[in-house]
Design a protein around this ligand. Sequence first.
Ligand code: COA
Length: 505
Amino acid sequence: MSLVAERIQNTFLLAKVMSAAKAAELIPVGANVGMSGFTGAGYPKAVPQALAYRLAALHAAGQTDARIGLWTGASTAPELDGALAQAQGIEMRLPYQSDPTCRQLINAGQMHYTDMHLSHVAQTVCSGVLGKLDVAVVEVAGILPDGRLIPSTSVGNNQTWLDEADHIILEVNFHQNPALEGMHDIAHGTHPPSHRLPIPLLKASDRIGTPYLQCDLSKVIAVVITDHPDRNSAFDAPNDASFRIAEHIIDFLQHEVKAGRLPPELLPLQSGVGNIANAVLAGLNQGPFENLTAYTEVLQDGMLDMLRSGKLAFASATALSLGPEATAEFNNNIAFYRQRIVLRPEEVSNHPELIRRLGVIAMNAMIEADIYGNVNSTHIMGSGIMNGIGGSGDFARNAYLSFFMSPSVAKGGKISSIVPMVSHHDHTEHDVQVIVTEQGLADLRGLAPTQRAELIVERCAHPSFRPQLRDYMERARHSGAGLHTPHLLDEALSWHSRYLKTGQM
Ligand code: COA
C-alpha cells in the first residue's frame, strides 16, 4: 500500500486531497478559524502559512482589513501564530499565545487578544457567545477507512472545532508517528447546562471516551498532506535558581507526607510550562517519591524522564511538549509510553470537577507575587501581555495544593518578583497556597494577610529588596487605613512606575 493510502484510508476523504494554497483559498476572509495546536504540538503546518501568504497578498492589493479570527488549543509555533501575525492576518486571537510577533502586535494595540481559562473555551464556543466558528483546520496522524481520525501530538479543542465548524480542513502529517493511535481518550464534549452529568473519571489513568476524533465527513472541504516535525523547542538546562526552587518544593512535600497530609505517592501532579517547571520535574525524578501520577496539561521532557525511570507510573495530559531528544526517545519507545500516557481534550484535562476530585498538586510559574500572596502570571509592569493565563487558573483554584514559583529577581536583579502590590491580578490570594523562590518557600495556608506578608518577605524576597519591603509593610501598618490588608495606595504600584522611569525597582 502506498504511504498516502496507508495514512488516508477513507476513499471519500482521499478524493479531497489538494495543495495547502488551494485549501487556504477556501477560508473566507473574516472567518473565525479553529486550528489545532497546543504548546508547539499538533498544529497545522501548511495551511496557516498558505493563508498568511494569501492575506499578505490581499493587503498588498489594498484590502488592508483582510484578517481572520484565530482560535486554537493554546500556544502554537512560528508556522501558525508567527506566520499569520507577521502577515498582520489576525483580528482576534484566543485563548492563549506565546509568540513574539503576536505579543508585539497585541502590545502595540494592533491585534485583539482574549486571554481565557483553557477549561472555559469549549463551553464558551458552544454557547455561541464568540460568534460562529466557520472553519476548523486540524492536524491528524491518519484517517481510518470509516473516517475516524487518529489524533496527533495534542488534542486541545480539536473535537470542539470539528463539531462546531461549518467546514473542516484536515492536515494529515506523515511525520507524526502512526503508532500514536490508541494514546488518546476523546470524551465527546460535556453537555450544556442544565443537562450535565458527573464526568466518570476517578483516576488519572481512567479512559472515558474513544481513541479517535470524529466528524461529519460531509463538512470536510479539503485534505492536505504534510511531512513536518512539531516545533520541539529544547528546554534550557536547569540553572541554580531552578534547582533550589525544586529542592524547596521537594522538602515541603516530604514534610507534608510525614505530617500525614499527603500519601507517600503524593497526589496527581500538574506542572506548568517552562524551564522552572521542567527543573522541578528533574528534581522529583531524583527525589524520594515513588509511584507518582500526573494529571496535567502539558507533558514535557521532565515527565518523560520520570516515566522512563519508573518514578511516574502514569501521566494524563492534553499535549506533548518535548524537546528534540525527548521526541526521539518518545518515538523510539512509543509502545512503552502508550501504556503510560493518555492525551485528552483540554476541556477534560483542565476540568475543575476532575482537578478537585483527584486532589491535584498544581505547580505553576509566575511573573510576580505581592506581599499578600496575589499572583500575576501574565503581564509585564501591569500592561504588557507576556503569554496568557493558560491553564494556571483552572489548576490553581481547584487544586488540593497550589504552588506558584519564580526566581526572586528578574532582569539581573533590577526587578523584585515580590512586590507590595501585583501590577495585574491573575490568581487572588484565595487561590495561592504556597509561594516558592530560590530563597525559600512560604506556606500561606491558614494565615491572615499580615502573617502572609511577614512570611513571604522573610522566606521568598531577595535580600536586596527585603529592607524596602519591610519598610513598606511597617508604614502601611501605621497608615491609619484598614489593617486587615494594609496598603499605602499612593505607593503600592510605585515600584513598577519607578522601574519604568529608571530601569530599577
Ligand atoms: N517583571 C518583569 N519581567 C519579568 C518578571 C518580572 N517580575 N519575571 C520574569 N520576567 C521576564 C523574564 O525576564 C523573561 O524575559 P525575557 O524573555 O525577556 O528574558 C520572561 O519574563 C520569562 O521569564 P522566565 O523567568 O524565563 O520564566 P518562564 O519561561 O518560566 O515563564 C511565565 C514564566 C510566568 C511567563 C510562564 O510560566 C507563563 O506564561 N505562565 C502563565 C501560563 C501558565 O502558567 N501556564 C501553565 C498552566 S498548565
